[in-house]
Design a protein around this ligand. Structure first.
Ligand SMILES: [Zn+2]
Length: 497
């Protein structure tokens, strides 16, 4: 039998803790840290099991039968109904020849790339497993040594020594010192992993196009932006929590809403151009057709850009953004090289489907609800009545009231963490459902065949997983696996005759 008295006397405390007046031990102050560690290890083990399954799927040497069957059908149909471009083969100019290459049957190309895709997947998942082991050690290690109370006390000392701050009157300024220290440390510890991923894995598989110089200039820019935007944001957030009284979560919620809208406005205009060049798509048949498509769907397209994605990586993409009547579409230069005009239109049909079906708006609403729920939860655990929660992690909480930033961090790491895992999973499920719906939208516009071949080509060029593990895909994928999307579209084709 376990003697419960003995358990409560165990030092479930971090090695560094603020000296505090002895308060009576509660269940929370005794077990909160142990439970947090337990939960962290549990999540790690579960996700590690999924990683192992995915790694096993990547080891398969056999081309997945369902994909072969599905893409075989696409090729057969293409052969039966050749596009007009193929008919005028004889008079093909150089430009047309390039396009003809894009018209080759897809299945042989997929088969040819299968081994490559499996190796790329294997490298990525193995690397992912190593970095998650590191993350586990770091987060559990930080809890055990008392990283948070230590760094907080150190920030207080720095603030006192250099600026004459005192913990009670200058808490927000000390919080900013604390965040600066943890951000710098986080950037340094993440650096080896990012370097390895970019300059080993991505490079080895032919995706990386960036130089070390560009990599570091990106890093510096991001850090500066984090200070310029993140600093005032956190300061305002902390101020509102302190000033807002009992119902502070309502004010925080309103603030988060305004801040999200603000970010959505400034990011495309001021932030994105710091990292990439956005040039208007030159006048062309494609441009006219994209505007026609936007017109047909009543999408207020004001600007159409090509982005130099190839500066960093040969991975491809397309996206859209903007408020109200001022919307823009961005095509990666890499995408334009990989697929033909009809396929770009079909892909944009899918993207515009997200907008027309209200996915963009509903995602915004879901995010705002998430903020509301999490800050309401936080309001229940903030203040003197929850002192024993903070004590479990080495904070005094009584004679030195808990700093708001620490209370926030601990709340999200402990009580909110399991809720967040469940909610994130539900959001992922919903996102995948939306992908099918957007595909259906493009199909209804009559672009089914072109969306199918377009997606195949993107997957081909990006070495996308051809036979992902179903459990892994269910848990992690924001987009359904290629073969599922193709099958769903073919079913719709059949229905429509
Ligand atoms: Zn989509």
């Amino acid at each position: 039998m376990i003697d419960l008295n003995k358990l409560t006397s165990l030092p479930w405390k971090p090695m560094y803790a603020q000296s505090s007046q002895e308060t009576e031990a509660t269940v929370t102050s005794t077990y909160a840290m142990a439970l947090t560690i337990l939960f962290t290890v549990f999540v790690f083990s579960f996700e590690h099991m999924l990683d192992e399954r995915q790694a096993l799927a990547y080891k398969s040497k056999e081309f997945p039968a369902l994909l072969e069957q599905t893409v075989g059908k696409i090729d057969a149909e293409k052969k039966a109904n050749p596009s007009q471009k193929e008919e005028k083969k004889d008079e093909a100019s150089d430009d047309d020849k390039k396009k003809l290459d894009k018209d080759k049957p897809i299945l042989p190309q997929l088969k040819e790339k299968f081994t490559k895709a499996q190796l790329y997947g294997t490298d990525k998942i193995n690397f992912g497993m190593i970095s998650s082991v590191y993350n586990l050690i770091e987060s559990v290690g930080f809890l055990i040594i008392g990283f948070l109370p230590y760094t907080w006390d150190y920030s207080v000392k720095l603030g006192e020594a250099h600026f004459g701050y005192n913990e009670q009157d200058n808490e927000i300024k000390i919080s900013l010192i604390f965040l600066l220290l943890t951000t710098i440390l986080g950037t340094i510890t993440a650096l080896p992993f990012e370097l390895y991923s970019t300059f080993q894995i991505e490079k080895k598989h032919g995706f990386n196009k960036q130089t070390l110089g560009l990599f570091f200039s990106d890093k510096v820019k991001s850090l500066i932006l984090t200070c310029i935007i993140g600093g005032p944001f956190v300061a305002a957030l902390l101020k509102i929590i302190k000033w807002g009284g009992e119902n502070f979560y309502l004010y925080v919620w309103a603030f988060m809403f305004v801040f999200s809208a603000f970010m959505m406005t400034i990011v495309p205009v001021f932030v994105m151009p710091l990292f990439n060049k956005y040039e208007p798509l030159p006048d062309s048949d494609l441009k006219t057709r994209i505007y026609q498509l936007a017109d047909r769907l009543k999408y207020p397209l004001t600007k159409l850009f090509v982005m130099d994605g190839s500066k960093r990586s040969s991975h491809s993409n397309a996206f859209m953004f903007g408020f109200g009547k001022n919307k823009r579409i961005v095509l990666f230069d890499t995408l334009m090289e990989q697929v033909d005009d009809d396929e770009i239109l079909a892909i944009l049909g899918h993207e515009l489907g997200h907008w027309k079906l209200g996915h963009t708006l509903s995602q915004f609403v879901i995010t705002q609800l998430y903020f509301g729920a999490s800050f309401y939860g936080f309001s229940l655990c903030y203040g003197a009545h929850a002192a024993d929660l903070y004590q479990a992690f080495g904070f005094d909480g009584v004679s030195r009231p808990i700093p708001t930033i620490i209370a926030l961090l601990l709340f999200f790491q402990t009580i909110w963490a399991p809720i967040d895992k469940v909610l994130s999973f539900l959001v992922t499920l919903n996102t995948r459902r939306n992908e099918f719906a957007a595909d259906r939208f493009s199909v209804d516009l009559g672009m089914s065949k072109k969306l199918q071949t377009g997606l195949c080509k993107i997957s081909l060029e990006n070495l996308g997983a051809m036979n992902p593990d179903p459990w892994y895909a269910t848990y992690h994928y924001s987009h359904p696996p290629l073969v599922e999307r193709l099958s769903a579209m073919m079913k719709l084709d059949k229905k429509q005759g």
